[in-house]
Design a protein around this ligand. Structure first.
Ligand SMILES: [Zn+2]
Length: 177
């Protein structure tokens, strides 16, 4: 089984109370993200990390407060989510909630040849949802880690998980790894 970890937008602006688009409670998943990163590097599992990298005038800012502007502190990732020199990590910068709008993503996935995508990050019902949909569309196995995601709306998060399982995806936990 060729597993790839798919790390969605675990960036300072989302994860911490001082962030520009803080997801309440998201800092609680940071230690889990750290464990997953360590697991990936010790098991040689590639990590694909999508990252919001907005310009100051992206259309998304009509709907959301300014966040993750490229080059700003809030756009960076916490140290624990970085494999650094320890293992393969591929960054996918994006200007849209759907990471599959990045032209670099599908060629990267083709190169990695995963059988199984293990997905975590924020925000559950927005960027994680788009990632799950796009990954399911590749026809591979997709699992989301319920204790390593965080939502803005509990109802919308439930809908996202229901949509995932209806489409053949699975819900797992970080402790499976
Ligand atoms: Zn954004």
């Amino acid at each position: 089984m060729n597993t790839v970890f798919f790390d969605v937008d675990t960036q300072l602006d989302f994860l911490y109370p001082a962030g520009a688009l803080y997801v309440p409670g998201a800092e609680a998943i940071v230690p889990v993200l750290g464990r997953l990163t360590t697991y990936a590097v010790t098991h040689g599992i590639p990590i694909v990390s999508t990252m919001d990298a907005h310009t100051g005038a992206d259309p998304e800012f009509a709907a959301w407060p300014h966040h993750c502007v490229a080059g700003c502190l809030g756009q960076r990732k916490p140290e624990v989510t970085l494999a650094g020199s320890r293992g393969p990590q591929h960054f996918i910068p994006k200007q849209h909630v759907d990471c599959f709008t990045s032209a670099a993503l599908l060629p990267l996935l083709a190169e990695l040849q995963a059988d199984h995508y293990v997905v975590y990050g924020v925000v559950t019902e927005v960027c994680v949802r788009h990632a799950l949909r796009g990954l399911l569309a590749t026809g591979k196995r997709v699992t989301v880690l319920a204790d390593a995601i965080k939502e803005l709306s509990a109802a919308a998060a439930q809908e996202t998980l229901a949509e995932l399982t209806a489409a053949g995806g699975a819900i797992g936990a970080s402790t499976d790894y």
